[in-house]
Ligand binder design. Structure first.
Ligand code: ADE
Ligand code: ZN
Length: 350
């Protein structure tokens, strides 16, 4: 990255008006404790937590698995198409307030179908939310079906087959859940099928797992973005490959801190990733659990690393060019970022 790293003149309002795309967001990770309790009451699900406060007190994690345990427990309250619409709309409205103009939303169908929920209710509820948000604020976006890497490969294949006749309602297929011990190479057949259906493909890799998993996601799954990818910095050859191919990395700083991949924001590898010329985007992952939506991720990075308006604009541009939006939509949003930079960057010495 060539932009100046000198102190920033941008304020909180500027960050909110910076047009951005969110590319790494698990809709089930936006389930706020208040909504958990409301849906539990509505759907008569008994919860192992006494109160909203008691649930929020559980938001202390040692690693990815300790988070996933709570994440899967809480989603038991999601049962109907309306539940998924409400969840999706709550996120999209919140994201719009952070300047998100395009959102590509992950969902974990196996975590619902194994509880007896119809995958079509999940998809239709989330599509309802995207349609309403589009009408309300002009937000665009789509859905990325994630398969769970710590569940059987056959189950993942069956999940893809179950949506084959409506693949056009989705944007892509991703790979998530517990990473270590579940390499991308296990899922070649699943990703071959997803690409055959005309879907884009992405995968979590190099979050807790090694750089080798990033190589596998690139070479075997033929992904178009790497989700997280922070461990790529361990491997110079991989960094070169990511830079040369301008592969977008969907980095989630607050998630990395809360799950122990990074001790604190000042230790986050974002500056090194930018220095190495990687196409980094900033995202919130599971914001209800990790202490902030995408605006908070941007704000903490800016405050910690004194990011300039030009650097912030670069991160936003990366999210737009790295998205699966149409060429016209990308151009519209890129023009808006340029307009933002003309104002926000005016007082800076870069
Ligand atoms: N599912 C939800 N959040 C996740 C994360 N950070 N890593 C892997 N799988 C996830
Ligand atoms: Zn994630």
């Amino acid at each position: 990255m060539t932009e100046s790293t000198t102190a920033t003149a941008t304020g909180a309002a500027d960050l909110v008006t910076l047009p951005k795309a969110e590319l790494h967001l698990h809709i089930e990770g936006t389930l706020e404790p208040e909504l958990v309790f409301e849906l539990a009451r509505r759907n008569q699900v008994s919860l192992p937590f006494e109160s909203v406060e008691a649930l929020r007190a559980q938001h202390e994690f040692e690693d990815l698995q300790s988070f996933l345990n709570l994440y899967y427990d809480c989603m038991a309250v999601l049962q109907t198409r309306e539940d998924f619409e409400e969840l999706g709309l709550a996120y999209l409205r919140r994201a719009a307030r952070d300047g998100v103009r395009h959102a590509e939303i992950f969902f974990d169908p196996q975590a619902h179908t194994t509880r007896g929920v119809d995958i079509n209710d999940v998809i239709d509820g989330l599509l309802d939310a995207l349609r309403i948000a589009g009408e309300e604020s002009g937000m665009t976006g789509g859905l990325i079906l994630c398969v769970l890497r710590d569940s059987p490969v056959d189950e993942a294949l069956a999940t893809i087959e179950s949506i084959a006749d409506r693949a056009g309602d989705l944007v892509g297929v991703g790979l998530d859940s517990a990473e270590v011990g579940y390499p991308p190479s296990l899922f070649v057949t699943v990703f071959d099928r997803a690409r055959e259906l005309g879907l884009h493909v992405v995968a979590h890799a190099g979050e807790e797992g090694p750089a080798e998993y990033v190589w596998e996601a690139l070479d075997l799954l033929k992904v178009e973005r790497i989700d997280h990818g922070i461990r790529s910095l361990d491997d110079d050859l991989l960094v070169e490959r990511l830079r040369e191919s301008a592969m977008p990395l969907t980095v989630c700083p607050l998630s990395n801190i809360r799950l122990g991949a990074t001790t604190h924001m000042a230790a986050h590898p974002l500056p090194q990733m930018l220095e190495q010329g990687l196409v980094v985007t900033i995202n919130s992952d599971d914001p209800a659990y990790f202490g902030g939506y995408v605006g908070e991720n941007f704000a903490q990075l800016r405050d910690t690393f004194a990011l300039s308006a030009a650097q912030l604009a670069r991160l936003a541009q990366n999210s737009i060019t790295g998205s699966f939006a149409s060429a016209e939509r990308k151009q519209e949003l890129l023009d808006d970022v340029q307009a933002w930079l003309a104002t926000a960057g005016a007082g800076e010495d870069n």
